[in-house]
Design a binder for this molecule. Structure first.
Ligand code: 5AD
Ligand code: SF4
Length: 448
């Protein structure tokens, strides 16, 4: 008889949180089996994000709805993890007294003991200490859980940049890089278990290793080389980078490493130098554009994506126009754009902000319209070209429709009544371009 209890995890925010949720699921696997149905769970983890106000509100609202569940079932364990938990600590318990555990991102490895303690003590526990000498422990991911063909591998945590709008350095602490031996062991373990693609994760991967002693330091570019050399790996991706740290050594990797996917997420945040300076981004737009040009000379096929913040405190019409001009110059394959959100204690909260909410919303809509048009135009450029796809699975849209992802990170759907395995590589010719996906015809040579 299976005596395991059921664990439900709701994950908000970035891929780092997705990876942390996987780790937590695995750490608790001895006692808990995962479930997708929150109503029947014996334990619920809300893995929160605080990057923007909206994400934080969503997490609080889910936690709020659990109050009634806890009243009905006092045995239910409710844990809040992630960035809001780190930031709020004990405050979260006074706002949400039905929560049993508040656990910061650096403390998730203690979860099994914390769960036992929560059951015994029956009072709220806070674990949000950030150790000065924090190390991400070696950790071999379970091959039973998660996607069979692609995985995230955390290579570092935290950020030292203190962009003035950003909460991350406060919630995830200073940069801590994992040992390259641990990362390579994790990748080898995944690949031996059938994984074909890994995405290396960090808030600012270009500064990987800077916190290690000089004699044992490995640069991000050399780590990347070594990961692509793991026998059996087919694709390697990474995210995210601050443009100020994008080195030629890394650009060179796109020429040299066949397994490195030609996609680069290079957040620009604004097209205005005045705003970039107030954001503490430490690059100018001229500097950014010259890096984009250089990157494209190393890899002409590279697809560029970005993040943009609209309505940073004091953003003028001219500043906003500079962002609109920038997107015409770079012509991003896709972009995430956000309305600026005050995130205390981030420094920008103290900056004067005379721009009205309505104006910011209008600017965001104008920007998003044009970004979408450009993305569609970019997608149309692929019509008639061949693409290698890694099969993701059957598409939900229609019978006989399959979905794959290109090296450039485009979703491509294709029709076939044959069966494919996730992770299998197929080749298509692109026939049609939509805003968020492409459609291609399968080339017969790759039929199974
Ligand atoms: N307001 C709006 N967007 C933000 N981001 C980070 N902090 C804020 C904020 N305070 C965006 C940035 C970052 C992405 C992950 O979230 O564009 O690159
Ligand atoms: Fe935040 Fe800037 Fe660090 Fe990115 S680089 S996590 S935006 S402080």
């Amino acid at each position: 008889m299976n005596e395991k209890k059921l664990l439900y995890i709701e994950t908000f925010g970035c891929q780092m949180n997705d990876r942390d949720s996987e780790i937590m699921r695995q750490l608790l696997a001895k006692a808990y089996e995962p479930t997708d149905v929150i109503q029947i769970a014996d334990a619920i983890i809300v893995n929160t994000c605080s990057i923007r106000d909206k994400a934080e509100q969503k997490a609080y609202s889910l936690l709020g709805t659990l109050r009634k569940r806890k009243r009905e079932n006092p045995e239910l364990i409710i844990a809040a993890t992630g960035c809001v938990a780190q930031q709020e600590g004990a405050k979260m318990l006074s706002r949400m007294p039905h929560v049993d555990l508040v656990v910061g991102p650096q403390n998730i490895y203690q979860l099994p003991e914390l769960f036992v303690k929560a059951q015994q003590l029956r009072k709220g526990i806070v674990a949000t200490d950030m150790a000065k000498s924090f190390h991400i422990p070696p950790f071999l991911p379970s091959l039973q859980q998660g996607q069979p063909h692609k995985r995230f591998v955390t290579i570092m945590q935290g950020c030292n940049n203190f962009c003035t709008y950003c909460i991350v350095p406060y919630t995830r602490g200073r940069e801590v890089s994992r040992k390259h031996e641990d990362i390579l062991a994790e990748v080898s373990h995944l690949v031996a278990g059938g994984v074909k693609e890994v995405t290396l994760l960090g808030q600012n991967v270009n500064s990987y290793g800077n916190d290690h002693p000089a004699h044992s330091r490995t640069s991000f570019a050399s780590l990347l080389r070594r990961v692509t050399e793991v026998k059996g790996i087919e694709r390697v991706r990474f995210t995210t980078s601050n443009p100020k740290d994008l080195s030629e050594e890394l650009m060179q990797c796109f020429t040299d490493l066949e397994k490195l996917c030609p996609h680069f997420h290079l957040p620009v945040q604004s097209g205005s130098n005045a705003i970039l300076q107030r954001m503490n981004r430490k690059y100018t737009i001229e500097h950014y554009l010259s890096k984009v040009e250089k990157l494209r000379s190393y890899s002409p096929e590279i697809a560029l994506t970005t993040d943009i913040i609209v309505g940073f405190p004091g953003e003028t019409d001219e500043d906003f126009q500079a962002t609109m001009d920038l997107i015409e110059k770079v012509r991003y394959h896709s972009a995430f754009s956000f309305k600026y959100s005050n995130r205390p204690p981030a420094k920008s909260c103290q900056f004067p902000d005379p721009v009205s909410r309505e104006k910011k919303e209008r600017r965001l809509a104008t920007l998003q319209d044009r970004l979408q048009q450009i993305a569609l135009e970019r997608n149309r450029e692929y019509i008639g070209s061949r693409m290698d796809l890694m099969v993701e699975g059957e598409s939900k849209a229609a019978d006989g429709q399959w979905s794959g992802r290109s090296g450039t990170n485009h979703i491509v759907n294709f029709q076939s009544h044959d069966a494919f395995m996730p992770g299998q590589i197929v080749q298509v010719v692109i026939q049609e371009a939509c805003l968020h996906s492409l459609r291609g015809n399968l080339l017969p040579y790759f039929l199974p």
